[in-house]
Write a protein that binds this ligand. Structure first.
Ligand SMILES: [Zn+2]
Ligand SMILES: [Zn+2]
Length: 219
């Protein structure tokens, strides 16, 4: 499985950086876009630079309803795309998606999206959020892909265990500060809103990967 960070607070290779997050997951020949960043213009610019066409995206999964994750949505919606959203999304956002997508799936509990790609279901009390759970090649475990991790990274990782042994985590870790708890993982990619990104990079130099738009991660 191949992951490409398209939108992040940091960027390289001529891509634009901006507060927000988006990552393309390629599982076999299926392209799943996880979150859409804050701006459709920046998202489209970065996708063009990376040679990703909107029409090739088969599925969009949105972690939670904050502007820095769904702001770019209009730029990637098309008539053949299926969109997976937490069922707690507001009526207005659901309607906006329904008008332009082929199908909308409202997620509550853990579920399968395509072979090897699952959702934790919506977690959390205040801001409800879903994370993706991706199976690594060769059965090494699962990699968790988060948006902001508002429900708490530990809660998300715990929920992901129903799909396999934890291998790694990628995405926004928000206010997560129990950095030693990451010690058991084999891959750590702190992105977007992770407050203690640099500290994590220093603490786990052998397994932490610098995150930014343009980064490619094979799992
Ligand atoms: Zn958020
Ligand atoms: Zn965010």
């Amino acid at each position: 499985m191949k992951l490409r960070i398209i939108y992040d607070n940091e960027a390289k290779g001529g891509l634009e950086s901006d507060w927000g997050f988006s990552c393309l997951v390629e599982a076999e020949d299926r392209k799943i876009l996880f979150d859409t960043g804050a701006s459709g213009e920046i998202l489209s610019h970065n996708m063009r630079r990376l040679g990703i066409r909107r029409e090739d995206i088969e599925i969009i999964a949105l972690s939670h309803e904050h502007w820095d994750h769904i702001g770019g949505l209009e730029a990637v919606l098309h008539q053949n795309v299926a969109v997976y959203i937490p069922s707690s999304f507001t009526r207005g956002t659901k309607k906006r998606i329904e008008e332009k997508a082929a199908a909308v799936f409202e997620v509550s509990g853990p579920a399968d999206i395509v072979p090897g790609v699952h959702t934790t279901g919506e977690l959390g009390m205040m801001t409800k959020e879903q994370s993706l759970v991706l199976e690594t090649k060769g059965g090494g475990g699962v990699v968790v892909l988060t948006g902001c991790a508002h429900p708490g990274l530990e809660t998300i990782l715990e929920a992901a265990k129903v799909f396999g042994e934890l291998y790694g985590v990628i995405g926004g870790f928000h206010g997560f500060d129990k950095l030693k708890r990451l010690g058991g993982l084999k891959m750590i990619v702190p992105c977007h809103c992770t407050v203690r990104k640099e500290e994590i990079m220093r603490m786990y130099p052998e397994k932490a990967v610098w995150c930014g738009a343009g980064e490619i991660i094979e799992i």
